[in-house]
Ligand binder design. Structure first.
Ligand code: FAD
Ligand code: MG
Length: 568
């Protein structure tokens, strides 16, 4: 006697009500079949990656209508902001990783993890192809495909060498936990090597010449760690060689820490100067050989080269091959990252989302939309608008593009609109025309600023949480959409667009001093912000386990100094 299963799938959103009329004699079989039927009707969400974006998405997703499959070659989440601390032994590697299975086992929804790399995305057939990380010596076991209803691409980015000869092979990178461990071993090896008896002074100097290419946050933080290590531990452990240590930073632009406030940049450059860290601005690396690094000064053709012991390359990121291939398929060939709309949907592919370092919100599209809104508001096609129309537009734009609010309040735009109290009555046609022009040029200014949503954990984290919230409320918002009205239509978008809230950023500069840049132009540099740094980074840990480990590492280092055993 077969159990009768009736699955009723209703609502446009695809939410479902499943009803099983199990035969009383065969209750168990009925239950199993029922569960299968429900499972097969669940929406399949495939998540690529276990980094910041993917982890926050998974942590926040709690709607049972989904069945989730996570694919990533890395079976743990890595707390990247503390990666530089691992390079010199301030923090242990295992303290900043959390097994992904620890995170998903706490979920009340159906989540599976596969340790594999996605090798190809086939959007036409809603399918991805994967290759297992483990070598099983069997193609059948190693390669598999997964179908999806929704695909979430959060594969991050990779180191960019800008095709500079010799970088691959001679330089260190700092992206994954292995990189940090390798650097740590190399730093300690360098001090041991330089302490051997039969070396000339020149040779010791070469071995202990540490070069960092790229004066961004990662490079600067590594320099700060290395400098502290030399000052606090090397002086005690390797006193004979401490005077041979040299640290050089090579930066192609005019300043280090470009993305920070000028006050911070200046402070950092001064501090490094006092600390005998050589910062060479405007120097481009052209080549790295086994023994030398070649640079070219900005605006000149002369190249110089210097011997080095170790080079850290941290100049920026570029797209991974899987993302490049996907971009080519969907006609985004020459972009730096996957273009999405403000709902994080990959442009032109309805059920694929991209977030974190592998994606950017396409602001050009945003600008086109705004031009559309302008045209629509100008009902009589005169090319001008009344002030009332103007205000309506600005409200509409703010609703549609919340990021604009910030800028509409900012000074240049306020000058165009005038203060709210002044905006009343009519304005002459000419003055309004002028204002439209001013408004447009202010917007294109905003456009260039918006384009550069930074590739940070902060952005990835907020995007993951945002997307999970959308997924959690998919059915609800299908019925009661809460987004802005669609351009050229009357219906509303299901969700509000993603909005980034910048919470500030830190640049640890060594010597228990940190520069903090907080919202509202607030800059603080010194020991107090170092404590803020400690407390924020402790609170941001994904689990109590890693939090405890990190804090105890800090305490251990305060009391006993860094571990220099070199093989951990
Ligand atoms: P990631 O966190 O890089 O995750 C990508 C995931 O995708 C990984 O799990 C990876 O294994 C997986 N993956 C890769 N290829 C595939 C594939 N083919 N198929 C499936 N999965 C794949 N940001 C801050 O805001 N503050 C900081 O202090 C800070 N410090 C940093 C320090 C360092 C040393 C570094 C390297 C970065 C730092 N960042 C910081 C930046 C931050 O780490 C990134 O912006 C963030 O990790 C981006 O998150 P993501 O999820 O996009 O990518
Ligand atoms: Mg991720």
């Amino acid at each position: 006697s077969l159990s009768k299963i009736i699955v009723v799938s209703t609502l446009s959103s695809g939410s479902l009500i499943a009803y099983s009329e199990a035969n009383t004699n065969n209750r168990n079989r009925g239950r199993v079949a029922h569960a299968d039927a429900v499972a097969s009707k669940k929406k399949k969400v495939v998540v690529l990656g276990t980094g910041w974006a993917a982890m926050t998405f998974l942590k926040n997703l709690n709607n049972c209508i989904y069945e989730v499959e996570v694919v990533s070659p890395r079976n743990f989440f890595l707390f990247t902001p503390l990666l530089p601390s691992v390079t010199c032994g301030k923090v242990e590697a295992r303290s900043i990783v959390e097994p992904i299975r620890n995170i998903i086992r706490k979920k009340n929804i159906d989540v599976r993890y596969r340790e594999a790399e996605c090798t190809k995305i086939d959007p036409a057939n809603n399918k991805i192809y994967c290759r297992a990380t483990a070598n099983t010596n069997s193609k059948r076991q190693e390669e598999f495909a997964i179908n999806y209803d929704y695909l979430i691409i959060a594969v991050g980015a990779q180191v960019n060498t800008f095709n500079t000869p010799g970088v691959e092979g001679n330089c260190h990178f700092l992206k994954e936990i292995d990189d940090a461990q390798k650097i740590r071993r190399n730093v300690i090896d360098a001090f041991e090597k330089a302490s051997l008896p039969n070396l000339t002074e020149e040779e010791r100097k070469k071995i202990l010449h540490f070069v960092v290419v790229g004066g961004g946050p990662t490079g600067v933080e590594f320099v700060a760690e290395l400098h502290d290590f030399v000052n606090e531990d090397v002086v005690k452990l390797y006193p004979m060689v401490q005077n041979f240590v040299k640290i050089t930073v090579l930066e192609a632009t005019d300043h280090i820490l470009n993305m920070f406030d000028k006050r911070i940049t200046k402070f950092a450059e001064h501090k490094f100067g006092r600390d005998n860290i050589e910062v060479k601005l405007g120097s481009m690396v052209t080549k790295v050989t086994e023994n030398e690094i070649c640079t070219k000064a900005k605006g000149s053709d002369k190249t110089t080269s210097m011997p080095y012991g170790m080079v850290l390359w941290s100049t920026g990121i570029g797209p991974r091959p899987i993302v490049k291939d996907f971009m080519k398929q969907i006609g985004q060939g020459n972009r730096r990252a996957l273009a999405t709309d403000e709902w994080l949907r990959v442009e032109g592919v309805g059920n694929v989302y991209a977030l974190g370092d592998c994606a950017t919100i396409n602001q050009r599209k945003v600008m086109e939309d705004i031009t559309e809104i302008f045209k629509k508001a100008d009902a009589d096609n005169s090319g001008t608008l009344t002030l009332k129309e103007f205000q309506d537009i600005s409200n509409d734009i703010c609703e549609r593009y919340p990021q604009m609010q910030l800028y509409l309040k900012s000074k240049p735009v306020r000058n165009i609109f005038g203060r709210p109290s002044q905006v009343k009555g009519k304005a002459s046609k000419e003055s309004i025309e002028l204002r439209i022009e001013e408004f447009k040029s202010a917007l294109s200014e905003v456009d260039t600023q918006l384009k550069n949503l930074p590739a940070t954990a902060q952005v990835a984290n907020q995007q993951g949480a945002y997307l999970a919230k959308c997924f959690n409320r998919m059915e609800e918002c299908e019925i009661n959409p809460e987004g802005p009205t669609r351009i050229g239509g009357t219906s509303r978008h299901r969700f509000r667009p993603f909005r980034y809230r910048h919470l500030g950023q830190f640049a640890p500069l060594g010597g228990e001093q940190t520069a903090a840049q907080l919202p509202g132009d607030w800059v603080s540099i010194g020991h107090s912000s170092q404590w803020l740094w400690y407390s924020i980074y402790a609170s941001k840990q994904v689990s109590w386990r890693t939090r405890a480990l990190v804090v105890s590492d800090w305490i251990r280092q305060f009391i006993f100094g860094r571990d220099t055993s070199g093989d951990t």
